[in-house]
Design a protein around this ligand. Structure first.
Ligand SMILES: Cc1ncc(COP(=O)(O)O)c(C=O)c1O
Length: 398
């Protein structure tokens, strides 16, 4: 029985096709992001909403629209199908009745990076890859290390020297070779690029290969399924390289073609911090691409991405959804973590807490309604940043 309806890879910018049987990176014609494409009409017959009911509670329940042909190649640690929690007490603090948090901290290695890595490593296994390298802000390194360990693939990770200590330890725990870089994630990415050929690494930098986004898109599928096949009015996402926004946006398009949802889309909101907000700046300027930020700095290490290859895709999702982009201050993040924790018992990372600070801005600007359904993506657990928990918590001002 056919399990995946993967047909081709297609450039998200120029439409050039690439052969998915080969190891691919970016579009061979224009260097932009390649997307996996599926025969969705055929997939819609094999995978119906009803057929999902008895399936496994992981992101692999959407098997027909995942890029792995043979089940034997799936490398899973139980990622996905994370809780979608109605956070009434937290919502009330901002006068909102329909506030939800999708808690990605439940994923293996404590962050949503597990989704992308499960998809990419599975496909790597299928294509015979023996060695993978990535630049990472921290969470991606911990995740790739774990999935590579499970697949029997060698992992090499390059992290900024000031990445969270726990991510370095987790990567080593799972047997990855860990290198620290005196610089930012872009510098780490350059080292991977310069050394990948001679070391035989498959470089799976954010959106520089087609499969991590396939894992991230399952957040969009899950939201639709968890809301009983409607979508929320607003989705607030802490944006670094943007794979999550890009992936969810792709999922919505696929689900419409599958006949599962209509053409209504949530307003997509990107949140970044003041010291590194290339997408917010480009959104405000009306630019199609985001000029990289010089001297990027923020305590939310996952958001310290000065330039993203998928900038045009993120900006397109924000604009065509009627959404927006919001800048928040680093100094508000720990207090927001505390607010989320003490109102709801949810363990949020700094990046997840940034979405709540961003939402406060939207409320102040009158850009969300009291009865709208709003989802904050908490992209990881507070346990991914124990140094923040060890410090004193400032308290949110009422
Ligand atoms: C916890 C967390 N949230 C958000 C992000 C940003 O994710 P994306 O690159 O998909 O924008 C990262 C990336 O490192 C992260 O670790």
């Amino acid at each position: 029985m056919k399990r995946s309806y993967l047909t081709t890879l297609e450039c998200s910018r120029c439409g050039e096709q690439a052969d998915p049987a080969q190891l691919n990176s970016v579009c061979p014609a224009c260097g932009k992001v390649l997307f996996a494409r599926y025969d969705l009409e055929a997939a819609s017959k094999a995978m119906t909403k009803e057929s999902l009911l008895g399936r496994e509670k992981s992101m692999w329940r959407y098997r027909e629209v995942m890029p792995v042909l043979d089940d034997a190649n799936i490398v899973s640690l139980g990622e996905g199908m994370t809780p979608l929690l109605h956070t009434e007490r937290l919502g009330k603090t901002l006068g909102l009745n329909g506030l939800f948090i999708k808690d990605e901290g439940f994923n293996p290695t404590g962050s949503f990076k597990a989704r992308g890595m499960s998809a990419a490593v599975s496909r790597a296994k299928e294509l015979g890859v023996t060695s993978i390298a990535i630049p990472s802000a921290g969470n991606a390194a911990a995740a790739i290390a774990a999935y590579c360990a499970r697949a029997g693939i060698n992992a090499t990770v390059f992290m900024p020297v000031d990445a969270p200590h726990i991510a370095k330890g987790e990567s080593k725990l799972a047997g990855a070779r860990v290198y620290l870089v005196n610089g930012l994630i872009g510098d780490a990415g350059r080292i991977v690029k310069e050394n990948r050929e001679q070391n035989g690494w498959w470089d799976i930098s954010t959106l520089k290969e087609p499969y991590r986004a396939e894992g991230k898109k399952t957040m969009g599928y899950e939201l639709a399924e968890q809301f009983n096949w409607s979508l929320p009015d607003v989705i607030v996402y802490p944006t670094g390289g943007g794979t999550g926004i890009v992936g969810m946006w792709k999922a919505f398009e696929e689900m419409e073609t599958l006949g599962w949802i209509d053409s209504e889309r949530p307003r997509m909101v990107a949140v970044q911090t003041e010291g590194c907000a290339p997408i917010v700046r480009a959104f405000e300027r009306g630019d199609e691409f985001a000029e990289p930020i010089k001297d990027a700095h923020t305590i939310a290490s996952g958001l310290r991405v000065p330039g993203a290859i998928g900038d045009y895709l993120i900006l397109d999702a924000l604009r065509s959804s009627g959404g927006t982009a919001v800048r928040v201050a680093d100094s508000d993040l720990a207090a927001a973590m505390h607010e989320i924790g003490r109102r709801e018992g949810i363990s949020s990372c700094l990046e997840g807490a940034a979405t709540f600070v961003g939402l406060r801005v939207l409320v102040e600007r009158g850009q969300v309604g009291a009865d709208e359904t709003i989802v904050l993506l908490n992209t990881g657990s507070a346990l991914t940043t124990p140094h923040v928990l060890e410090a004193d918590f400032p308290v949110w001002e009422e």
